[in-house]
Design a protein around this ligand. Structure first.
Ligand code: ADE
Length: 250
């Protein structure tokens, strides 16, 4: 059976899902509340991790250690790094990496965490496709893009800071938790995807746009995830059944 961990950094990013879920248990750990229960018949653990990479990484590890989640989804908002993306559009991660990790002096790629054997954290193909299809179903007027998400402990809100990232990374959006959650998922071999709606353009207008659009953007993501959950559960049980059959009958 699948159990899906869903992480948002802020209350706003989890509240729509929380209102709709049937909560059967709440566990408090590391200053975070983990809501266990179901949404549309799918077992989930929903949690607000707080802002930034450390909170996000700790949260992913607790989901792995204490809740045996089979998948991790990070939902929330992000600043756009690509002129094709408008406020409200959705990004589904193909991979996540840190824009503020730099060990290039020893031959690593910018963003790469040394000694992990991967230059970035690659998202799960099935989750990517399910997210994209669900977005097209529930948010048909909203554009959905697949691509790289970058994270760092910085709210990007100037042309200079944005350009520095754009010049170094082929990425669609920037935020503050996705790569740390992806890192935790990678270390624990848990399939993940980051799904972010654009709340601002990570430039000089970000300070104004972010508070204006964050709620609407967060709701786009929540609707998508709600639609996606039963399909994850279905594809996971089909996958498990296939593997079992393979085990018994070759
Ligand atoms: N989350 C939403 N917008 C962001 C930005 N501009 N920088 C970092 N995180 C964000």
């Amino acid at each position: 059976m699948s159990k899906i961990g869903i992480i948002g950094a802020m209350e706003l990013e989890i509240e729509t899902l929380k209102e709709k879920m049937n909560i059967t248990n709440t566990v408090n750990k590391a200053n975070m509340s983990f809501f266990e229960g179901s949404l549309n018949g799918t077992d989930i653990v929903l949690v607000k991790c707080g802002i930034g990479k450390v909170n996000a990484g700790i949260c992913a590890q607790i989901l792995a250690d204490n809740f045996d989640v089979t998948h991790i989804i990070n939902t929330g908002v992000a600043g756009s790094l690509d002129a094709r993306l408008d406020i409200g559009d959705i990004v589904v991660s193909t991979a996540a990496t840190y824009h503020d990790m730099d060990v290039t002096v020893f031959g690593y790629r910018l963003g790469e965490v040394p000694q992990l054997g991967t230059p970035e954290f690659v998202a799960d193909e099935t989750l990517i496709e399910l997210a994209k299809t669900s977005c097209e179903t529930v948010n048909p007027t909203i554009k959905v893009f697949k691509g790289r998400v970058v994270s760092g402990d910085q709210f990007i809100c100037s042309e200079a800071a944005k350009d520095a990232i754009v010049n170094n990374f082929d990425a669609l959006c920037t935020e503050m938790e996705g790569a740390a959650i992806a890192h935790g998922a990678f270390l624990n071999k848990i399939p993940f995807v980051v799904i972010r709606a654009i709340s601002d353009k990570a430039d000089n207008s970000a300070e104004m746009d972010y508070p204006t659009f964050e709620r609407e953007a967060a709701i786009h993501c929540a609707k998508l995830i709600e639609n996606m959950l039963p399909n994850i559960a279905y594809s996971f049980s089909a996958f498990s059944y296939h593997n079992l059959t393979y085990l018994f009958y070759g």
